[in-house]
Design a binder for this molecule. Structure first.
Ligand SMILES: [Fe+2]
Ligand SMILES: [Fe+2]
Length: 232
């Protein structure tokens, strides 16, 4: 039983979305994702850190959900900036249920207990700097902070592993508001995605302010889910 993470599958089973915008690294990416998941087992859990499917609504993303559902183990999903199909939790759950999708769960204002003592927490996050951000950015940021705090609170005394779409530490940027919450709730590890192509050179990985930061966007990790907890 192990915990894995990968972000930004950007699946497009039903939508013609050329992925060369993200560079040549994305050639044959769907088959590489399928191969990447093939090493996992039914007792494993994978957190998918946003940008799952290019579908514009749930129906258009159905084939992508079916593919994700076919991967071994449980999948926990969170929202990325390109998940236009995202809906209310009850609508998404109802849609999965009526289409026989049974292995996908949703991380949104909640947390998932993992093993004896760990918890999977998270939300989408946001890139925000007080000096340069607009009022609109600030509103989105505050909403994301509330979601993250609700998730961290729900985890109680468990060891907290946070999964976001937007990395809170990237190049010289640090999202002080999110890092503050990490400190307050004693977060151990943070995985994020969203970064692709040329921007990957600014990725920060390692310990920052007592939290281990890891980038799991699909092209950064060669389309292989990354082991976060447990053994491969
Ligand atoms: Fe993104
Ligand atoms: Fe992405």
């Amino acid at each position: 039983m192990s915990l894995y993470a990968i972000g930004d599958l950007h699946l497009s089973s039903s939508v013609n979305k050329p992925m060369d915008v993200f560079g040549s690294a994305w050639e044959n990416y769907t088959s590489r994702i399928i191969e990447g998941f093939s090493t996992l087992g039914e007792n494993d859990t994978t957190v998918l850190c946003g940008d799952l499917s290019w579908g514009m609504d749930l129906a258009q993303s159905l084939d992508d959900f079916k593919l994700i559902d076919s991967f071994p183990g449980k999948k926990i999903i969170l929202k990325g900036n390109h998940d236009y199909w995202w809906n209310t939790v009850s609508k998404m759950k109802g849609f999965f249920e009526s289409n026989g999708i049974t292995s996908i769960d949703i991380l949104n204002n909640n947390c998932f207990e993992y093993g004896e003592s760990a918890a999977v927490c998270g939300t989408r996050g946001w890139f925000y700097e007080e000096e340069t951000g607009s009022e609109h950015d600030k509103k989105i940021m505050n909403r994301e902070l509330m979601r993250l705090e609700a998730s961290l609170k729900a985890a109680g005394d468990r060891e907290k592993y946070v999964f976001l779409h937007y990395p809170p530490k990237f190049g010289s940027y640090a999202c002080v508001e999110i890092l503050e919450l990490f400190r307050k709730y004693g977060v151990k590890c943070c995985c994020a995605g969203h970064i692709h192509g040329k921007s990957l050179k600014y990725v920060f990985e390692g310990e920052y302010d007592g939290v281990y930061h890891k980038m799991v966007s699909a092209d950064y990790v060669s389309f292989q889910p990354q082991l976060i907890l447990g053994s491969a």
